[in-house]
Design a binder for this molecule. Structure first.
Ligand SMILES: Cc1cc2nc3c(=O)[nH]c(=O)nc-3n(C[C@H](O)[C@H](O)[C@H](O)COP(=O)(O)OP(=O)(O)OC[C@H]3O[C@@H](n4cnc5c(N)ncnc54)[C@H](O)[C@@H]3O)c2cc1C
Ligand code: SF4
Length: 281
């Protein structure tokens, strides 16, 4: 395997495709390469190519900014700061970038153990009949995995726009539920790079996370809430194969939990109530 360190965006994008893969902090990608869940002959390092840092009073964030940098930046909205500070461990946050975090792979153990499940192109979801306590309560008809990113839910509630080397799109459109024809959970094209995030400043925002331990564990349910002049937006982590926008707290009544994930609906209700109280609503 070779590692390329391009010094410009143009040379990085020219190298991507043809079996090469973008490498940011490597905290998700390297284990996937080790376990042969991702095959690549060439890694293209993004450091020095993708923007890093927070600009314009906290509303423009480079995709190469680390979670540790974001959690410490008082200019960015509170929901994003809290989501970053509750993610992973200090060591992982100092390596892991926000771009990589949005594109991290599912933690579903069947997928990670290479079961030939729906998301791997097979014809069934092994988690539905198997162990699925950490899995989804929404959007789980074909694949019941739970999206692991805390910051993605915060960015969704905040109404973030994503700028890539090819287009600009609402963060909601970065994600898609896997279908028979296409098992991907993002809409990125091969070799497309996330460059920046445009994060509108809310009037108030917060992120609350229920976990098995108080630190260093993925969300059982994460609730992001943001109030803007248009109203309150709510989004969930750990609840669907993609970050999940809730139209209102009452949408929880339309959840489709599996037998082992019904408790997540009960976890989400008080979290949502506390999040709304924190916004003063
Ligand atoms: C033990 C453990 C616990 C964790 N706990 C949590 C948690 O509680 N909450 C949470 O939210 N996250 C958690 N994470 C995930 C962690 O935050 C991510 O692994 C990290 O943020 C990924 O960033 P990275 O820069 O290392 O990405 P990489 O591993 O380098 O890349 C990840 C993926 O993104 C692609 N990529 C990276 N940057 C770009 C870009 N700019 N454009 C296009 N593609 C890109 C890569 O090609 C790769 O496919 C955990 C991870 C581990 C290992
Ligand atoms: S939840 Fe998704 S990733 Fe896990 S076994 Fe089912 S189809 Fe595969």
């Amino acid at each position: 395997m070779q590692l390329l360190r391009p010094d410009s965006l143009d040379s990085a994008t020219a190298e991507l495709g043809n079996g090469s893969v973008a490498l940011a902090g490597g905290t998700d990608l390297v284990p996937l390469l080790r376990d042969r869940l991702v095959e690549a002959e060439t890694l293209v390092e993004l450091r020095g190519v993708v923007p890093r840092g927070v600009h314009d009073g906290g509303s423009r964030i480079g995709a190469g900014t680390t979670l540790a940098e974001l959690e410490a930046d008082r200019e960015i909205p509170q929901a994003l700061r809290e989501a970053c500070s509750l993610a992973a461990s200090p060591q992982l946050r100092s390596m892991g970038t926000i771009g990589g975090n949005l594109l991290q792979a599912t933690r579903c153990w069947y997928w990670r153990l290479k079961f030939p499940c729906f998301l791997h192109g097979g014809d069934r979801c092994h988690a539905r009949q198997g162990a699925h306590r950490e899995h989804a309560i929404f959007g789980n008809e074909q694949c019941a995995s739970a999206h692991p990113s805390d910051p993605a839910a915060a960015l969704l509630a905040l109404g973030t726009a994503v700028r890539t080397d090819r287009r600009e799109l609402p963060i909601a459109d970065l994600y898609r539920l896997p279908t028979e024809d296409d098992r991907d959970v993002t809409t990125l094209e091969p070799g497309e790079l996330i460059l920046e995030l445009d994060v509108p400043q809310p009037e108030a925002s917060t992120y609350l996370k229920a976990m098995d331990r108080a630190r260093f564990t993925f969300a059982l349910v994460g609730v992001a809430a943001a109030r803007t002049s248009d109203g309150v937006r709510l989004a969930l982590a750990g609840a669907a194969p993609i970050p999940w926008l809730l139209g209102s707290p009452g949408d929880l009544d339309r959840a489709t939990p599996l037998p082992g994930t019904a408790f997540k609906v009960d976890l989400a209700r008080p979290l949502i109530r506390r999040a709304l109280e924190a916004l003063g609503d």
